[in-house]
Ligand binder design. Structure first.
Ligand SMILES: Cc1cc2nc3c(=O)[nH]c(=O)nc-3n(C[C@H](O)[C@H](O)[C@H](O)COP(=O)(O)O)c2cc1C
Length: 188
């Protein structure tokens, strides 16, 4: 099962790194990674991760300018794609079908082939332009999943917030998640 993971230059790189680690643990999943130039800059500016170490977590890594890569074509079968974190620039590129890098092209292919596309868009606040673009994508069947904090888990750590987001992404991809099902509040 091939999953494309795209990392763009938004804040929240740790979510992508955690997702790649989780996908690596799942049998039968083959990860295909693209990091935009903005993504590489944000990895350096925001984290202590080495870009090379992040890339080593994936099974296949593409240069974002490699427009003739397999994933640029719909004939190369993939289960779906997650862009995490996803910038407003990439959201705009996808909504316009402006595929001037491999990540945008791969997302465009997912939409045209009616494959699962999950975006973890990050900006704050969202402008009307951002919201309009995301609404347009949602109307096309793209899953819009901003990295929203969750307060009903017992732990209140950054790690638990990130894990919760990862589990939600895995559920969208139909992959095993550690998510504890909410059973309603126990009032006894
Ligand atoms: C440290 C850092 C954090 C950024 N965070 C965000 C963000 O959260 N959301 C966003 O839309 N852009 C953010 N940007 C701006 C994008 O990186 C910039 O628009 C870039 O051109 C996006 O290109 P890409 O989508 O191809 O990665 C950030 C830039 C830097 C350097």
């Amino acid at each position: 099962m091939r999953i494309i993971v795209g990392i763009t230059g938004a804040s929240g790189i740790v979510i992508a790194v955690t997702l790649l680690k989780r996908l690596k643990e799942i049998d039968g999943v083959e990860t295909h990674l693209i990091v935009t130039d903005g993504g590489e800059l944000t990895i350096r500016d925001e984290t202590d991760f080495d870009v090379y170490d992040i890339k080593r977590l994936a099974d296949v890594v593409y240069d974002v300018h490699e427009m003739d890569a397999s994933i640029a074509s719909g004939s190369f079968l993939v289960e779906g794609m997650v862009i995490v974190p996803c910038t407003m620039k990439t959201v705009a590129g996808i909504v316009c079908g402006y595929s001037d890098n491999l990540l945008l092209r791969a997302a465009d292919v997912c939409i045209k082939e009616k494959r699962k596309l999950v975006l973890v868009p990050r900006e704050m606040p969202f402008s009307r332009i951002h919201l309009r673009n995301m609404k347009e994508l949602a109307n096309l069947g793209v899953v819009i999943m901003p990295p929203v904090m969750t307060f009903y888990n017992t732990k209140m750590t950054i790690e638990s917030h990130v894990d919760h987001i990862i589990n939600k992404i895995l559920l969208q991809l139909g992959l095993p998640a550690d998510a504890t099902e909410w059973q309603g509040k126990d009032r006894n």
